[in-house]
Write a protein of this length. Structure first.
Length: 276
């Protein structure tokens, strides 16, 4: 798997046809985002930018839990005041975490985030990055930073965009917990599984649906939606760009294949099926 970490220590990678499973793989720490894990995730999502043959990324945690958030031991060790002129490694690491969240959020592939067990702090933020997020009913979500005297700094933009300011403020200032059903009700998760068997079936059903879709069209659609969500452009500019995206897609190899397949009553070439 060219460009991906060759022998990752903190994550596990599994390739199955057009799907890459990315496992946070430190269950003894509830998959906390220790420094090495962030670096391996950055390397992975950097490589994915040039891997169009990977069409779906499934991001989940090993050991029955998703992610307990940041590395609190490291935060504690770095809490001492800086000496004059000293490099602020903690600030740099925090900002790098935000850059990683942005890479996951803007991946060209359809990204499925699977939440079991805990999604705390940074894990809560990562749950908000999925194009499709599936939660176990018993999962626990919380923006727990304020209960520890710290701030949900890098996740806040993604959380607010996902669930809106009103809900984000409630959970951001209270650190209150949600279960999987409550996470779905406020817009973090799209689907909730009552048990493990149902969870796996939901993952496979969503993969199968995405595989029916043209990969470049998926990437362009995601980029278009991000431009809309980011704001800053007037509506006429957004619509002009959308028209460019549409006409380019229609005239692309994918567009010709898709419309021809429809007329000829056959599956397009990219619809290779998924058996799980």
């Amino acid at each position: 798997m060219s460009g991906l970490p060759s022998n990752p220590e903190f994550i596990k990678l599994e390739r199955k046809g057009p799907v890459l499973y990315v496992w946070l793989n430190k269950p003894e720490t509830r998959n906390a985002l220790v420094g090495g894990m962030g670096e391996e995730l950055r390397q992975t999502f950097t490589a994915l930018q040039t891997m169009p043959d990977v069409r779906v990324v499934v991001l989940r945690g090993a050991g029955g839990t998703f992610c307990a958030g940041g590395d609190l031991k490291n935060f504690n060790a770095a809490s001492k005041p800086l000496a004059p002129g000293e490099h602020d490694a903690l600030k740099e690491a925090n900002r790098n975490g935000g850059a990683l969240f942005q890479m996951i959020d803007e991946a060209r592939q359809a990204t499925i985030v699977v939440v079991e067990g805990f999604a705390m702090g940074g894990g809560f933020g990562m749950a908000c990055l999925g194009d499709i997020t599936i939660a176990h009913a018993d999962a626990q979500f919380a923006m727990s930073e304020v209960t520890l005297g710290i701030v949900p700094a890098q996740i806040s933009p993604f959380v607010v965009r996902r669930i809106g300011l009103t809900a984000a403020r409630r959970f951001g200032v209270s650190g209150g917990k949600l279960n999987g059903t409550q996470a779905r009700d406020i817009g973090i998760a799209h689907e909730v599984a009552a048990n493990n068997e149902e969870l796996e079936a939901m993952i496979d059903a969503n993969i199968a649906q995405v595989i029916k879709c043209a990969p470049n069209a998926v990437a362009i659609t995601k980029a278009l939606m991000h431009r809309v969500a980011q704001g800053g452009l007037p509506m006429d500019r957004l619509l002009d760009q959308a028209a460019e995206d549409f006409t380019s897609a229609v005239r692309s190899d994918e567009g010709r294949e898709g419309t021809s397949a429809f007329v000829e009553k056959r599956k397009p070439a990219w619809n290779v099926g998924w058996k799980g």
